[in-house]
Design a protein around this ligand. Structure first.
Ligand code: NDP
Length: 479
């Protein structure tokens, strides 16, 4: 497959003519070539978006909504093809892509196609003296930069609200996982989306991505990715006074009290540890277990982890596929070494998995469970973003709240207990933008989504995203 940029409604070669290899992490084979775009391609995309903006922003909400619904329908129709492409790019099991990633990408378009119809203006009456109404206009051109772990899911989570609100968009997917964004370009053409409304520029973050963050005519940037990259984007955007939304890394605590619904807690902890090879920002790699339950939970958890099958993402039976790249595998393995050096005991996993046949050169890591590490060591503080979890016993509510909050991050937290009072009390004290009590990844797209501290700035989801992608203007009329 020859991947191209999507600019001004056409598939375009990169201006500089350079291409990068796209590699399937399950086989280490090159599957396609993608444009190594630079500032010139971003400039072309901005020109196309500016041309498209007047007509798109003045379309009726119903007409914009119809376009987005059409895109959602086509994503659903092409679910299998998109899921296979997502699996080949990321290494995730194709069944996961088919049941989670691709349906959610369609839902993102469907949700914002309908949400925009319910997005109301505010009004404030000042008694009989005056009356205010607040208009919310599209801002202009939105830059949407997304990561590799949930490629189409997270890209569409940004571009759907941006488009619904009447903006034109420049999307920059991760260069590691470009294919579904390329297929989405074709879907937009088929759906009759007007030229230039959505533009997708492929390539490296430090080249194409930074050209988006730094472009003076892109006034709003929505970014999901690592905290260090977020820092660079914030720095690039600041001199232009851009509006920026940052969804960044996490080191989420999963707190299991002894009075929890045990089987649910155990089974869900397995998912929140190892789904998508642990490469989800919402995974819970620090599992705090109340001491009376610690040994039972640990032994059951390790036994079930050992039963998880790792291997070819195309085989329906495998629960974990490959991690996204050799570089990422090496990073994960180096953290396992670090955990050993810090005095951790590896209870299972702890190594690369060598496959046979088609996947013999692929980058697979065994699901790994570690115990015996203090909460403040690097393994328990830094984001690993792989199938590695650390078990920590605790004695009191006070202690676990302090330890759970004791990282620079604050994205999500999970809490398992049968005591309603404690559930509310602890949820209130946890520093995280998303708290799940007796569940994980239960998502209602209307709710605010995002993190505090170094996990991000701003919130996505529901009307929060529509507010982010619109400029409020208050009009005051004296009666
Ligand atoms: P990165 O920060 O490396 O990259 C994210 C995106 O930014 C990619 O498209 C990347 O391009 C691009 N990029 C890189 N450097 C720059 C730059 N200087 N200017 C502009 N764009 C740039 O994250 P990963 O792709 O490695 O994703 C994993 C991270 O994402 C984890 O930390 C995870 O926690 C976080 N994440 C957060 C979520 C949240 O909702 N809070 C959800 C999912 C993931 P390229 O890949 O080509 O370098």
């Amino acid at each position: 497959m020859h991947i191209l940029n999507y600019i001004g409604g056409k598939m375009r070669e990169p201006e500089g003519g350079g291409y990068l290899d796209n590699v399937d992490p399950a086989t280490a084979a090159v599957t396609s070539r993608i444009p190594d775009s630079d500032a010139r391609d971003v400039e072309e995309a901005v020109n196309a978006a500016e041309d498209a903006f007047p007509a798109w922003s003045s379309l009726s909400v119903q007409d914009r909504s119809r376009h987005l619904l059409q895109i959602a329908d086509l994503i659903e129709e092409r679910r299998e093809e998109l899921a296979l492409a997502e699996s080949d790019d990321t290494g995730k099991p194709v069944t996961l892509a088919e049941t989670v990633d691709i349906p959610r990408a369609a839902s993102n378009f469907r949700f914002y196609a309908t949400a925009i119809e319910h997005f109301a203006s505010e009004s404030h009456a000042m008694g009989k003296a005056a009356f205010n109404y607040t208009l919310r206009a599209p801002i202009g051109i939105a830059g949407c930069i997304s990561p590799w772990n949930l490629p189409l899911y997270l890209l569409t989570w940004k571009i759907a609200p941006a488009l619904a609100a009447g903006n034109c968009v420049i999307g920059k997917p991760s260069e590691l996982t470009p294919t579904t964004a390329f297929l989405l370009s074709g879907i937009c053409m088929e759906a009759g989306l007007p030229a230039g409304v959505l533009n997708i520029v492929h390539g490296y973050g430090h080249r194409a991505g930074s050209a988006v963050a730094d472009h003076p005519r892109i006034p709003v940037v929505s970014f999901t990715g690592g905290t260090e990259t977020g820092r660079k984007i914030a720095a690039a955007a600041a001199p232009h006074f851009k509006r920026v939304s940052l969804e960044l890394g996490g080191k989420n605590p999963n707190i299991v009290f002894a009075d929890c619904p045990y089987e649910d807690a155990l089974q869900t902890a397995l998912q929140s540890s190892f789904s998508n090879q642990g490469e989800i920002c919402l995974c819970g790699p620090r599992i705090f277990i109340e001491r009376p339950l610690y040994e039972t939970f640990r032994d059951d958890f390790v036994e079930r982890t050992r039963q998880l099958t790792v291997g070819d993402p195309r085989s329906a039976g495998n629960r974990l596929g490959a991690v996204v790249s050799q570089g990422h595998m090496d990073k994960i393995l180096s953290y396992i070494e670090l955990a050993r050096d810090e005095g951790g005991r590896i209870l299972c996993g702890g190594h690369r998995v060598r496959e046979k046949g088609r996947c013999r050169d692929g980058w697979f890591v065994a699901p790994t469970v570690i115990e015996g590490l203090p909460p403040d060591c690097r393994t328990n503080q830094e984001e690993i973003f792989g199938p590695v979890v650390s078990l920590l016993p605790f004695d009191t509510e006070e202690e676990v709240v302090t330890q759970a909050n004791g990282t620079p991050y604050g994205l999500a937290a999970m809490l398992w207990t049968g005591n309603l009072g404690r559930a509310h009390r602890v949820a209130d004290r946890l520093h995280a933008g998303i708290i799940w009590i007796n569940c994980w990844m239960l998502r209602d797209l209307r709710t605010p989504f995002g993190g505090m501290k170094q996990s991000g700035v701003g919130r996505e989801g529901g009307f929060e995203a529509l507010r982010f992608f619109t400029e409020p203007k208050n009009v005051c009329i004296r009666m």
